[in-house]
Structures are given as C-alpha cells and as structure tokens.
Write a protein that binds this ligand. Structure first.
Ligand code: ADP
Ligand code: MG
Length: 365
C-alpha cells in the first residue's frame, strides 16, 4: 500500500534568482505540503529571504515555475497569491488603533461592518489581546505589536503565511513565548507556514521540516530530528547543534567495518550514508553530549588536558585540549553532587562508536 502524499501548497520547480553577478538562489526544487510548518534556516546571505520573496511575489524569478495551491503563480501579483506575510518590523499603521489595523485587510476586501467586527474580535481573542483593541501600536510592547501583526495576517484566513525573521527584534524570553504561540496558532488553524530564521533553536522548536540553506542552495532538508541526528555534511553538522569534527582517511577492515584514521588515532564508526572507499578523506562527527569524560571501559577514547568547564544550567560543557591542539567539547548533565574533573587534569574523552558519524570532507574554500 502506498500512502497518498499530502497535496502541495507550494511547489517550486527549478526556481532561480540572479542579481547581476550574484546568484542569490541556485536552481531549486521544493515542495511544501498543505498544513506543514516549514522553516528556511541558514546563515545571513544564504538566500532565505530571496526564496521567501519569490514565493510572495515581491520579486520575479530568473528561471523556473512557482505553483501555489495548484495554480501557476509565477507571474501573479502578491495580492492574488492568497497568502499573508509577517515581517520583523511589524509594519503596523501608527495612526490607526489596534482594531483598525487588524480590520484593514477586511475593509480592503469590502466585508460588511458587523462581520469585520466579529472577525477582528476573534483574531484578538486568538492572540489573547482583546483588551488592547482601542490602543495605538506605539502604546504596546514589541511582543504585543508582533502579535497584532500576526492577528492582522490571520484575520482574513489565508491558507498560507510567510514569516521572515518575525521574532528577530524581541528579547530571548519573549521570543521563546512567541515561538510557542505561533506553533499553537499553526496547530489550531491548520495554516501552512513558511518561516525564515537564522536561529537553529528556533527552527528546531517550531518546524515540521527544516530546509537548511547554504550559499543560495538547499544544503539538506528533513525533520528537526533528522537534521540533528543525521547531518549529511560538515556544514549541516556545524550549523545545527555543536559538533566535534575530526578529519582523517577511511579505513575498511577485513569484515567490512568502517573506521577513520586521524591524527589522534583510529576510530571505528558505522558505515557512512554516502559511499566511501578506503583512503578517501572524511570527517568523523561526535556530538558533545555523546562524549563523556573518562568513563570506564571506553575503548574509543582520546586523551587530553581539561582546559575549562562551563556551567550552562542543566548541563556542563568541558573543553579538552588534545595532543595535536584539537579542542574537544564534552557535554555532561549537571547532577547534584557532581564531582567533576578540574581544570588542568589529564583525562580522556570517550564515546560509543555507534554514536559517531562519517561525513564527506567539507568542500575547499
Ligand atoms: P538571507 O535572507 O539568507 O540573509 P538573502 O536572500 O537576503 O539572504 O540574500 C542572498 C544573496 O543575494 C546575498 O548574497 C545578497 O547579498 C544577495 N541579494 C539579495 N537581494 C539582492 C538585491 N536586491 N540585489 C543584489 N543582491 C542581492
Ligand atoms: Mg533575510
């Protein structure tokens, strides 16, 4: 039995964008299902905003086709694409009250007055800000203003909402609160969301699927778990979570078991996801939380000197300097009564071979 794939809300077919010499987006295929929460994640300049603006119709593609909800939207103007947008700068109209700001898109659509009133009230209730309807935007906090711009977006019931770093201007606590609020709205309303951020934690918290961008192309995409536990490249491993990365060359033993020869020793590892031959350059990835300090019986270990240990609340992060200068990060739970190793101690980092991952070497440059 084959599962029926969810119908696509967005379909990008070979879409590219060039600005003179700059290829802001390389030829990209991407499909986003109805009701999905997809996050475009990547460093500054990786093409996230370009991709979002192409879908929004704010810019025109240099090549390719954009289909939204089954309709070819490649040349449709923004206001005919049936989508809502939320930006970092709330873009509220300062001379209008909160009520008038949220009502505005409905007035443009010429809805009857009574219906507008009802819908605005419902949108305000949804973001739990019914009591500020008469205020002006400048009388509200940044978090409240961003919730108002969300309400203005959901009030006309778009099937698709695009958000470009909407929480970038908020402080950490408020940002985390808003992340959960946007997630709740997504779950309650079933709207398809395409969300842009450069913040990996935000992407991991919110998304059904993360599309990781690098240099104007998709580096890797998958569930937050897949990106975290199964990065396919050094870039992915480095961008999401922290990583210990040891370069070396592949060795394959008589039984077909893989391992990597590095400056710090030979380390066995599960067979790589991409084909590799003996002698190929590769990189061994071990996440800091999969390493432990000096656990007994670990055959897979590296000696070093403890340079520093920093407390991050529930976890402790140790920095171990190895013979060749490599710094390994070892992360352990911070338990009450923890008798930790001390700065300057000679100690080992150890891990289970099953927790290591062989990656192709990072491209030069
Ligand atoms: P991100 O949103 O991931 O930070 P952008 O999509 O804004 O990245 O930009 C991707 C690349 O395209 C960058 O190199 C940027 O300098 C370039 N770029 C974006 N917009 C323009 C433009 N209007 N003119 C020229 N280059 C642009
Ligand atoms: Mg951007």
């Amino acid at each position: 039995m084959t599962a029926t794939p969810a119908p696509a809300m967005i379909e990008l077919q070979g879409v590219a964008k060039r600005y003179g010499d700059v290829l802001a987006l390389q030829r990209t295929d991407l499909s986003i299902a109805k009701g999905e929460f997809v996050t475009l994640l990547g460093p500054s300049g990786s093409g996230k905003t370009t991709l979002l603006n192409l879908i929004a119709g704010m810019i025109k593609p240099s090549a390719g086709r954009i289909v939204i909800d089954g309709r070819d939207a490649t040349t449709l103007p923004t206001n005919q694409r049936g989508l809502g947008m939320v930006f970092q700068n709330y873009a509220l109209m300062p001379h209008m009250s909160v009520f008038e700001n949220i009502a505005f898109p409905l007035q443009v659509r010429r809805l009857p007055k009574a219906e507008i009133k009802l819908k605005v009230q419902q949108a305000l209730d949804l973001i739990q800000l019914g009591h500020v309807a008469d205020r002006r935007p400048r009388e509200l906090s940044g978090g409240q203003q961003q919730r108002i711009s969300l309400a203005r977006c959901i009030v006309y019931n778009p099937a698709l909402i695009l958000m470009d770093e909407p929480l970038g201007a908020l402080d950490k606590k408020l940002r985390e609160q808003m992340q959960l609020e946007i997630k709740r709205l997504h779950a309650e309303l079933g709207i398809t969301m395409l969300y842009v951020t450069h913040d990996q934690d935000e992407a991991l918290t919110m998304s059904d699927r993360i599309v990781l961008m690098n240099g104007g192309r998709i580096e890797q995409q998958g569930t937050p778990d897949a990106l975290y536990f199964k990065p396919e490249t050094v870039f992915s491993a480095d961008f999401i979570g922290s990583s210990n990365l040891l370069p070396g060359t592949i060795e394959i033993d008589a039984a077909g078991g893989y391992g990597l020869n590095t400056a710090l020793g030979h380390f066995p590892a599960p067979a790589p996801a991409t084909p590799m031959k003996a002698g190929d350059p590769a990189v061994l990835l071990v996440r800091p939380e999969n390493m432990a300090l000096d656990a007994a019986g670990g055959a897979t270990r590296i000696a070093g000197r403890l340079e520093d240990s920093i407390l991050l609340g529930g976890v402790v992060r140790h920095f171990l300097r190895c013979a060749d200068g490599t710094i390994l990060i070892v992360q352990e739970l911070n338990q009450p009564g923890r008798t930790g190793a001390r700065r300057g101690d000679e100690i080992h980092a150890t891990w289970l071979p099953a927790h290591a991952r062989l990656l192709p070497p990072a491209p030069a440059g």
